[in-house]
Design a protein around this ligand. Structure first.
Ligand code: FE2
Ligand code: FE2
Length: 208
């Protein structure tokens, strides 16, 4: 069982994630670019896509926390903490970009946070190799998902695109880290279930 101190630390991180006071260590990519002249529809769509990504980053925080709490391996916990730090940048950047676009974050964030924490903890209980396998697969799916956003976002919207591209690079790095630490390849059925869950998250947070 995780000790009470780490539980309190994770709970604090969780509350900060869900209630939107994430702080980026790295400046938001693209913040030096001029604000693009977007149509109303382009702006609304970009804000909704970033709302989806913000919700995804909330889930990432919760998954990492759940996995870290469940694992007794110090190396793994360190790797998870490092990745989670980068995910916090993502959280802050998406939040900032949503505000710039005049959008809002998802009402479903607390729900997805709680679900992801439970999933992360459960994954962690299968042991390090599967825990890492789950992490690697999550990051790969996110990387692909972000490519879909890059294909869809307006070419004019350099600011949003810069954030998404930087996130995509980080997620690929997280997948490589998991691989290097000995991730197992998940069964196809598990990968499909993860994709289905992610689709539910992306579809609902686009609108809500
Ligand atoms: Fe991320
Ligand atoms: Fe990641």
């Amino acid at each position: 069982m995780p000790d009470i101190d780490s539980l309190i630390v994770e709970l604090d991180k969780g509350l900060r994630s869900v209630f939107g006071v994430a702080h980026a260590v790295r400046p938001m990519p693209g913040s030096d670019l001029e604000a693009p002249d977007l149509s109303g529809e382009e702006r609304r769509d970009a804000a909704a896509l970033m709302r989806v990504n913000h919700c995804g980053e909330i889930c990432a925080q919760a998954l990492y926390q759940g996995q870290a709490l469940a694992s007794g391996n110090a190396d793994l916990r360190r790797a998870l903490a490092h990745a989670a730090r980068e995910e916090e940048d993502h959280l802050a950047w998406t939040e900032q970009r949503i505000a710039e676009l005049g959008g809002r974050t998802s009402l479903l964030n607390p729900l997805w946070y709680a679900g992801s924490l439970a999933i992360g903890f459960a994954a962690g209980k299968f042991g390090d190799a599967w825990n890492l396998g789950f992490l690697k697969e999550t990051e790969k799916q996110v990387e692909l998902h972000l490519q879909g956003h890059l294909d869809r976002l307006s070419e004019k919207d350099g600011r949003t695109r810069a954030v998404v591209a930087a996130m995509q690079r980080d997620e690929a790095g997280h997948a490589r880290t998991a691989e290097a630490l000995g991730a197992k390849e998940l069964p196809l059925a598990v990968k499909s279930l993860m994709r289905a869950t992610a689709r539910l998250m992306t579809a609902s947070s686009y609108w809500l």
